[in-house]
Design a protein around this ligand. Structure first.
Ligand SMILES: Cc1cc2nc3c(=O)[nH]c(=O)nc-3n(C[C@H](O)[C@H](O)[C@H](O)COP(=O)(O)OP(=O)(O)OC[C@H]3O[C@@H](n4cnc5c(N)ncnc54)[C@H](O)[C@@H]3O)c2cc1C
Length: 490
């Protein structure tokens, strides 16, 4: 807290006018404020809760820290297959694991501290910001005038409206990382990235976990084969998977929560000790008095921006989760950089020019970049895909991490990479090679000439590239072989 919300903090006296006022100190706000200040701008940053926002405090950092511990437990449970002698039951010190999460958060918070920001030339204000006009804001009774402003207010959990849920009590990502005792039985509502990551992590802590997803597959945006692998992995972990299922009612009884479910036309009831809702995120646009500054917004989709991230007020921009459909930390960072260039330095950088990869950190991880095959088909782009199962990759075999695949899609008869899905233990690390290739317009055949250290799981990418080379060679050979026939036929 000393770093992200110092108890004795006094807001500075506002400057006469700021070049840039940033509302919200999550990833978007921090990147925008720091990079504008580093380029000589007079900058103010306003935060109503904790510096670092979702990612540091209640998102990426604590979730990945928990996932790491849960993987350790999972590996210990299967350590006998590597020749280690393990007792049949490995006790879990959940409170200690959660302490580790808090320690990691505290350590990473140093780089986002209020003191460091002030030292970097950013005026840090704590309090709720609201627009007072087209070029001014208020925070804690002070008025901040600006030449440009950025709305970087992020998003919050979209709370499901299920009868009885609020009364019975439930966790979201805002509270789940504060629990110090593991529930015996947990119901996770929602099969998106957050629900999937948390369900698997809690299950591996020994919590009897049920996950309910209203669609027929998890991670509905991902390729079907990727989502299917995840369902299988969950079943192997011992998670009770309920697809095509809705929670219709919750009631509390003697410290337990009784949950009624409907799956297609079949009704059932589960009894749990805790419920975690991972049912999406909605942008923070309320309380900002956006109308006072003439800024258009939609309560579900956030602040309306154009491709240059300008709002309907030419002085005000927005970035990150407050306005983007892709609610990821890396996108928040990239969009903040676009805003600084466009707002302060006459930049013309476009959001649509970004190549955005993402990853769900389940085991196996599911990472994607570019077009999905179905999107290419919808756009009538003819494609070829090259798929390498991880069980053909030596390092994956040696590591006993054979579940998954690398699937790379190219435009038909070319090696132009349109997209890729990687399902593998370290898919999040592997996807960057494909992202680099797309951004730098490196064709898939060129990746076949890149020497990958042996043995690594990234060799799967090289194998896909080799397959692309072979396919090209075959079609060229076929064309050459058929040339005399065509000549003969006139
Ligand atoms: C559980 C979880 C796990 C995640 N894991 C990943 C991951 O592994 N990888 C990844 O890429 N992404 C992940 N994300 C998404 C990622 O955390 C967000 O996309 C990213 O943090 C968005 O940054 P932001 O700055 O736009 O918003 P936020 O980080 O939400 O910051 C917005 C800030 O604005 C403040 N604010 C709001 N309104 C006002 C106001 N009126 N006045 C002053 N301050 C205000 C808020 O208090 C908040 O601090 C995860 C999200 C969650 C919930």
């Amino acid at each position: 807290m000393d770093n992200v919300r110092p108890a004795d903090w006094r807001n500075p006296v506002p400057a006469q006018r700021y070049d840039l006022v940033v509302i919200g100190a999550g990833t978007t706000g921090l990147v925008a404020a720091r990079s504008a200040a580093a380029n000589g701008a007079k900058v103010a940053l306003i935060e109503r809760r904790l510096l670092g926002g979702t990612c540091l405090n209640i998102g990426c950092v604590p979730s990945k820290a928990i996932i790491r511990t849960s993987r350790v437990y999972a590996e210990m449970h299967h350590a006998d297959q590597y020749g280690a002698l393990v007792p049949p039951r490995i006790p879990v010190d959940f409170a200690r694991a959660m302490r580790r999460v808090r320690d990691i958060r505290a350590r990473i918070s140093r780089s986002d501290s209020a003191q460091r920001l002030m030292a970097a030339g950013v005026d840090v204000f704590f309090g709720q910001a609201a627009f007072a006009g087209v070029d001014s804001l208020t925070v804690k009774g002070a008025t901040l005038r600006f030449r440009r402003a950025v709305i970087a207010t992020g998003a919050r959990p979209d709370l499901p409206s299920i009868p009885g849920l609020a009364e019975a009590g439930f966790l979201t990502n805002e509270s789940a990382f504060e629990v110090s005792e593991a529930p015996r039985r947990l119901l996770v509502i929602g099969g998106g990235p957050l629900g999937c990551e948390m369900a698997q992590a809690f299950c591996r802590f020994g919590v009897q976990t049920t996950i309910v997803q209203k669609r027929p597959l998890f991670l509905p945006r991902e390729e079907r084969d990727a989502a299917q692998i995840l369902s299988d992995a969950f079943a192997r972990d011992g998670i009770e998977v309920r697809l095509n299922t809705r929670v219709v009612n919750v009631r509390a009884e003697g410290g337990k929560k009784i949950v009624d479910l409907v799956s297609d036309d079949y009704e059932s009831t589960v009894t749990v000790d805790a419920i975690l809702a991972g049912t999406g995120r909605v942008p923070n646009v309320d309380g900002l008095a956006l109308e006072a500054a003439g800024i258009d917004y939609d309560p579900r989709h956030g602040v309306r921006v154009d491709d240059f991230l300008r709002t309907s007020n030419r002085r005000v921009y927005a970035a990150g989760d407050a306005c983007l459909a892709h609610k990821f930390n890396d996108t928040a960072d990239a969009s903040a950089r676009i805003v600084v260039q466009n707002a302060l330095f006459h930049g013309r950088r476009r959001l649509s020019a970004l190549t955005i990869p993402w990853c769900t950190y389940t085991d196996p991880e599911i990472a994607h970049v570019g077009l999905y095959v179905r999107q290419a088909r919808e756009r009538q782009i003819p494609v070829e895909t090259f798929t390498i199962p991880m069980h053909e990759v030596d390092r994956a075999i040696a590591d006993d991490e054979e579940v998954g695949f690398v699937k790379i899609t190219v435009k038909e008869r070319t090696d132009r990479i349109l997209g890729a899905t990687i399902v593998a233990r370290h898919a999040g690390e592997m996807i960057s090679e494909i992202t680099l290739a797309i951004v730098a317009r490196i064709g898939l055949r060129t990746l076949a000439h890149v020497i990958h250290p042996y043995p690594t799981q990234a060799e799967a990418i090289k194998k896909a590239a080799d397959a692309c080379v072979r396919a090209g060679a075959t079609s060229r050979a076929q064309r050459l072989a058929s040339a005399p026939l065509r000549w003969m036929r006139g």
